[in-house]
Ligand binder design. Structure first.
Ligand code: 5GP
Ligand code: MN
Length: 320
């Protein structure tokens, strides 16, 4: 796919969505495309779907248009998914996607096998927002679109520090900045700022973390009981895995939190040489080389033991 425009020929209705538990890149790319289409193609009817959007993204224009469920009727000529690596990650818009006449997926996950009619997957891109930018006409990118895309890029690149950041990422960020994006405000309000309880749970998890494999692996755990105590949800745990990764000597960081009875969500991060997407894929998950995740069943010790088996193997393989 070169540009999005030819795919809109003969299309009257468009649905747009991202993945479950939307992160900054998901919200940024979904809203970027929504704003781009509504501002440049006024004849199109466009609906946008996302699961609960966190308040730190409320500065995005028309965020109030987001629907969190499908009405069970509306059939779209075209449905476009962003940042969504597999069908089981679609969430609230799953049925609308299945019912649509034509589907497109725009993504940057290496694990994406291409489940839509048309798939535009660029694993080298920093973010789905960067991938989307390349499909748009530069002169049609208005300030609200630029704000959304900039948000997505800074979130998935960790403000241009993760290895997924490339020269092109910086060029695009520069072009968006030239459109007047209030970059310092966006970085601070949507990325840096944490609520007091988010800081508390982060601090507690770091304090109670354990190191394995000569300090090359670090494990952080949050139980359901702790989440209830602090009155927090899974969205408040964002960023803890990345903080664990910053520990000197660590190659792989594992962050595990309880999501149900004998059920844990796992976030994996690596620094230099372990491909954590391969470890996540062993347990039905996916993601990127340096950031991946999966959901696992069993008690917390089963979960950690099953993961450390693969981590240990990969650390040893890389020693050879
Ligand atoms: P996080 O650890 O922040 O939840 O996710 C890190 C990366 O791994 C994200 O790019 C996300 O898309 C991917 N990821 C996390 N959990 C899962 C999962 O259960 N399945 C798949 N396929 N990817 C996941
Ligand atoms: Mn992404």
């Amino acid at each position: 796919m070169n540009k999005i425009a030819p795919h809109l020929d003969g299309v009257a209705t468009v649905g747009i969505a991202g993945h479950v538990n939307p992160d900054g890149d998901c919200v940024g790319s979904v809203m970027g495309l929504y704003l781009y289409l509504t501002e440049n193609y006024p004849k199109l009817t466009v609906d946008v779907y996302l699961e609960h959007v966190r308040p730190e993204f409320y500065y995005l224009k028309k965020i109030e248009d987001v629907k969190d469920s499908w009405d069970g009727e509306t059939k779209y000529d075209l449905f476009i998914l962003l940042d969504t690596s597999s069908k089981d990650r679609i969430g609230v818009a799953f049925d609308a996607f299945e019912m649509a006449d034509k589907t497109i997926c725009i993504d940057h996950h290496v694990s994406n096998r291409g489940f839509a009619n048309e798939n535009h997957i660029v694993p080298d891109a920093s973010s789905a927002s960067e991938t989307l930018y390349e499909l748009l006409e530069e002169e049609k990118i208005t300030l609200p679109v630029a704000e959304a895309l900039y948000t997505g890029i800074i979130h998935d690149s960790g403000v241009f520090q993760y290895s997924c950041t490339g020269p092109r990422t910086m060029e695009i960020a520069g072009k968006l900045m030239a459109k007047g994006v209030p970059f310092a405000k966006i970085i601070d309000e949507s990325f840096n700022q944490k609520t007091y309880v988010q800081q508390q749970i982060l601090g507690r998890t770091l304090m109670e973390s354990i190191r394995l494999m000569d300090g090359k692996c670090i494990v952080g755990i949050v139980t359901k009981k702790q989440m209830d105590f602090y009155g927090i949800t899974k969205k408040d745990l964002d960023g803890i895995a990345s903080h664990l990764r910053m520990t000197k000597g660590v190659e792989v960081a594992m962050f595990v939190y309880e999501t149900g009875i004998q059920e844990y969500k796992v976030s994996l991060r690596s620094n230099c040489y372990v491909d954590v997407s391969k470890i996540a894929a062993e347990f039905g998950g996916g993601g990127h080389i340096r950031a991946a995740g999966c959901t696992m069943n069993g008690n917390v010790y089963d979960v950690i033991n099953n993961l450390t088996y693969y981590i240990d193997k990969m650390l040893k393989d890389s020693d050879d």
